[in-house]
Design a protein around this ligand. Structure first.
Ligand code: 13P
Length: 250
């Protein structure tokens, strides 16, 4: 099985002004200087440039939290792939459950966004995850398979190794209720099986767990065979906490 470089991403959501983002990066960089992992900061659009400029010369990558699938057009309030690439942004979160839930993000649009991101040389961090009702009803695998098949339908099997998948059970986001290591591993392994069945190098795909990841639970989650990293919300807002999670990845 190929070695997969751990991938630790901070999703700041709608937090941090430019000044706060700059302060965070300055505090983080010396704390993670020795890491061998991919460290990715997913900043709000307004703070992207400040983060990009501060991380030049380091291994830290910068991601946006959303992107429109067209290059340009009459889409008030949206931002496109070429606009992100121009800023030296390297990745983009797509399909976060908050965007699906509050902004009507659809699987159809996500299929186009994933394809567009790859064409533009932006690494998509595609988020999938089930609701509490779906888990309770035993429908987790069905929901995830449907999301994966739909959201990846616009790309060739060979492109899958350039996609990062984040498994984020909705009931674990911002609730302090982390999936158990067994649930997280079992579900991430299922996701890899779905990718394998679609063809392409599923063993090379980084699959992240997200949902109440904290310094206290990171090491255990990250030690699991099919969990290659974390997408961290609340605990990524504090440089010391986030650095501790990066350190937990080894
Ligand atoms: P929390 O870590 O705050 O639960 O958020 C997870 C998340 O949504 C990351 O994208």
């Amino acid at each position: 099985m190929p070695e997969r470089t751990p991938y630790i991403a901070a999703n700041w959501k709608m937090h941090k002004t430019v000044a706060e983002a700059a302060e965070f990066v300055d505090a983080l960089l010396p704390r993670i200087a020795a890491t061998q992992s991919d460290v990715v900061l997913c900043a709000p659009f307004t703070a992207l440039t400040a983060v990009v400029e501060r991380r030049y010369g380091t291994a830290v990558k910068v991601a946006a939290q959303n992107m429109h699938e067209e290059d340009s057009g009459a889409f008030t309030g949206e931002v496109s792939a070429p606009m992100l690439v121009e800023l030296d942004v390297e990745a983009v979160i797509l399909g976060h459950s908050e965007r699906r839930q509050y902004f009507n993000e659809t699987d159809e649009a996500l299929a186009r966004k994933v394809a567009k991101a790859l064409t533009a040389d932006l690494e998509p961090i595609l988020c999938v995850g089930e609701s509490e009702e779906a888990r309770d009803a035993g429908e987790t695998e069905e929901v995830l398979e449907r999301q994966l098949q739909a959201d990846l339908s616009g790309i060739e099997p060979g492109q899958i190794e350039n996609v990062v998948i984040a498994y984020e059970p909705i009931w674990a986001i911002g609730t302090g209720r982390t999936a158990t290591p067994e649930q997280a591993e079992e579900t991430c392994a299922f996701i890899r099986d779905v990718l394998r069945a679609r063809g392409g190098a599923a063993d090379r795909v980084r699959i992240l767990y997200g949902g109440s990841v904290k310094p206290a639970n990171a090491a255990e989650l990250l030690s699991l065979p099919d969990i290659d990293g974390a997408l961290v919300g609340g605990a990524s807002l504090d440089a010391e906490d986030f650095a501790a999670i990066v350190e937990a990845a080894g």
